[in-house]
Design a protein around this ligand. Structure first.
Ligand SMILES: Nc1nc2c(c(=O)[nH]1)N[C@H]1C(S)=C(S)[C@@H](COP(=O)(O)O)O[C@H]1N2
Ligand SMILES: [Mo]
Length: 422
């Protein structure tokens, strides 16, 4: 109804001003299109009528024109959506924070609905006093906040044998970056009191898979957190509502969702998730375990296969994401010729440790083909390797921890494809 209400005075005024202010641009566009642009010369419906009332969207979704910016999966990748993965549309985002509604999900036995009153967190094992916390208990401890990336160790795992999936969403979208609020794990552990023999934790979730993992005590006492808010609001069900473990810089599999139990142990449990899975089989057939840290990595999100260049030569913004589990990204270089020459990109907000960093390269495109690559460096001096260099160490039997340099081939018509150069 409100759409057909009488024009408000403010609406008319705003339309009048806008038309006046945009006149120089209107004459430009008239020249380009061979006629006056009605978007400039005529009052549009959105200025003629009032818009939606405040109560029509009590909790909003993106405007319908952005309905393609969604998590997507690769159907052939897993046998069943209950134990599967979908991908963050990183190609369509900018800045660094991942909106929760399109942040990738990975679960081993489905996402569970666990209400706050039913939530319990147990700490047992080598502690002075075994404890059980309710959700309300957790809220009474001093809180901590931090922005961290969570990357599944299998991110880019399909690319070991060569270029596979056409889009940064699919090659690099098993990552999200959110602002968490929660209680430092060390606070809760201190409450229980760790006995001297306690050197490791075994952490598990309330879901059927439990996703149990061993974490060395040193990391737990350093920067781990039991988080209950992400990007200001309660965690989404699929991300572990009402509480999950945040393990900054370490592989996503350790970020236990629906966290239900923390056992202090003297040694690692060697559970399924850290033996048969999440180990890295090397060229000689021997599997390396405890590859916890996510090494520095980057990807150009646009242009990329899902984001072709839609204009001719001239100004072109090349942008992407970089991150390192060892600290802050200090530099990102971009190549347009497959790694022969490099230019240093601009970092939007440098210095954010274990969080995603946005980079932009303000480029002048000559309209010729490009082989686009980005190369990240972190505060430890580590430089993101080429895929060839990585394969020399790791062989081709790996799945996890593929942080090799990605190449997009941009053709003269602006379309882009996932390729590898050697
Ligand atoms: N309880 C539980 N925690 C879990 C999982 C799970 O299946 N169950 N999956 C793990 C894996 S493999 C990853 S990569 C991350 C994914 O977190 P997300 O779903 O918020 O993206 O959660 C981890 N924590
Ligand atoms: Mo994962």
């Amino acid at each position: 109804m409100s759409k057909f209400a009488t024009t408000s005075r403010r609406g008319v005024l705003r339309a009048g001003l806008a038309a006046g202010a945009l006149l120089p641009a209107a004459s430009l566009s008239a020249r380009a299109q061979g006629g006056p642009d009605p978007l400039i010369t005529q009052v549009q419906d959105w200025a003629r009528y009032t818009g939606a009332g405040v109560d029509e969207t009590p909790y909003g979704l993106p405007i319908r024109f952005e309905s393609g910016v969604i998590r997507r999966n690769v159907p052939w990748l897993t046998a069943d959506p209950i134990s599967s993965i979908n991908f963050t549309p990183i190609h369509a985002l900018d800045g660094t924070i991942t909106p929760a509604g399109c942040a990738f999900e990975r679960h081993h036995s489905g996402a569970i609905e666990l209400a706050k009153p039913d939530y319990r967190l147990m700490i047992n094992g080598l502690v002075d006093s075994p404890l059980v916390f309710t959700y309300a208990d957790l809220e009474r401890f001093p809180r901590h906040s931090g922005v961290y990336f969570c990357e599944c160790a299998a991110n880019s795992g399909m690319e070991w044998a060569g270029a596979q999936l056409n889009g940064s969403q699919f090659t690099h979208g098993m990552i999200h970056n959110m602002e968490y609020v929660g209680v430092p794990l060390k606070t809760l552990l201190a409450e229980a009191g760790i006995r001297p023999e306690g050197k490791w934790l075994y952490v598990e979730g309330a879901d059927a898979s439990s996703n149990g993992r061993s974490i060395p005590l040193e990391k737990a006492l350093d920067d781990c957190m039991v988080a209950f808010k992400a990007n200001g609001e309660a965690l989404r069900m699929e991300h572990g509502y009402p509480a999950r473990l945040v393990v900054p810089g370490w592989e996503g599999n350790l970020w236990i969702k629906w966290l239900r139990r923390i056992e202090v142990t003297s040694g690692p449990v060697e559970s399924r998730e850290e033996t048969s899975k999440y180990t890295d089989t090397l060229d000689n057939g021997i599997s390396r375990k405890w590859t916890w840290v996510m090494d520095a990595k980057s990807v150009i999100t646009a242009p990329s296969p899902q984001v072709p260049v839609r204009h001719g030569k001239g100004p072109l913004v090349i942008t992407g994401l970089a991150w390192s589990g060892r600290g802050a990204i200090t530099r990102v270089d971009v190549s347009t010729d497959g790694g022969r020459n490099w230019r240093t990109a601009r970092l939007a907000a440098p210095g954010q440790r274990m969080a995603v960093t946005r980079f932009w390269l303000d480029y002048h495109w000559d309209g010729e083909e490009m082989l686009l690559q980005s190369r990240a460096m972190d505060e430890t001096g580590y430089v993101q390797p080429t895929k060839d260099a990585l394969r020399q160490i790791r062989g081709e039997n790996s799945v996890y921890h593929n942080n090799g340099i990605q190449t997009w081939w941009v053709r003269k018509d602006g379309s882009a494809e996932n390729v590898e150069i050697s």
